[in-house]
Write a protein that binds this ligand. Structure first.
Ligand code: ATP
Length: 238
């Protein structure tokens, strides 16, 4: 079955303990595109990702992935169905080599030849990681660790890659490099859900976006529409 959206979140309300953090959130992630979620600290971006991954399940509303309702699905099943997530803060395993970090991303693949093929593809995208394959990941620069983290996500051969705040804590040069890589990954056919505070650079590569404020979608539109929206500019363009 072909679907017009890869991922559809409809009327999602959820939160922690007695407090709801997301209220009636609806988003569509189109296949093959970069969709972004913009929002300030505490807007609920990470909670939305947690909900998609089954870590903070919906209290109301539904999440469909490729036409399938994810209600009640376990996180490992969701990850196994082609969704990979690159967490905020580029968590690498510091005392493992770059190659070992990357291999961990393919832990669901038991065929060693296929793991090698994937590794070769990641090295094509990130030649620097190939050069540094045996270096301990913890000794790489912040920007290089970001590459390791994205590369590890790609090792799962995802259909949808969710990337949580890739620009966080990176110098402007690395931010630009990182966003170029995300664009490149998307041109390889991988659908991207990009969650960011950095509106300017995000909207430069995204196709469509949503603005989340205090747990609600307050604006949505094509990247060009959002970039031209005065309220979005005032709130998120710094
Ligand atoms: P940031 O950009 O700072 O990461 P965010 O947009 O990702 O922010 P969330 O992390 O989703 O926002 O947080 C939204 C709200 O939910 C915040 O008020 C936060 O304090 C609260 N929250 C997040 N995680 C938990 C938790 N595990 N238990 C209770 N409250 C939480």
């Amino acid at each position: 079955m072909t679907t017009l959206t890869a991922l559809t979140v409809k009327g999602l309300t959820t939160g922690y303990d007695k407090v709801n953090v997301l209220h009636d959130v609806s988003i569509d992630v189109a296949p093959g595109k970069i969709t972004c979620i913009l929002g300030a600290n505490g807007a609920g971006k990470s909670t939305l990702i947690r909900s998609i991954l089954g870590l903070t399940p919906p209290r109301q509303g539904t999440i469909h992935w490729q036409g399938r309702n994810l209600a009640g699905e376990k996180t490992h099943k969701i990850i196994g169905s082609g969704i990979a997530c690159i967490p905020e803060g580029r968590k690498v395993f510091p005392r493992m080599s770059v190659a070992e970090n990357l291999a961990l991303g393919a832990f669901l693949e038991t065929n060693a030849a296929r793991v090698r093929e994937r590794l070769a593809r990641v090295y094509e995208i990130f030649p620097r990681l190939k050069e540094r394959a045996t270096q301990l990941a913890g000794t790489m620069s912040g920007g290089e660790q970001a590459m390791v983290s994205i590369g590890r996500g790609l090792m799962a051969e995802p259909t949808l890659l969710i990337i949580d705040e890739p620009s966080l804590g990176l110098s402007p040069l690395f931010v630009q490099e990182n966003f170029n890589v995300i664009k490149q990954i998307n041109t390889l056919g991988i659908t991207v859900l990009l969650v960011e505070q950095n509106a300017r650079q995000t909207l430069a590569i995204a196709h469509y976006g949503y603005v989340l404020s205090q747990g609600r979608v307050v604006a949505q539109g094509s990247a060009a529409e959002l970039a031209g929206n005065d309220e979005v500019r005032a709130a998120y363009f710094g």
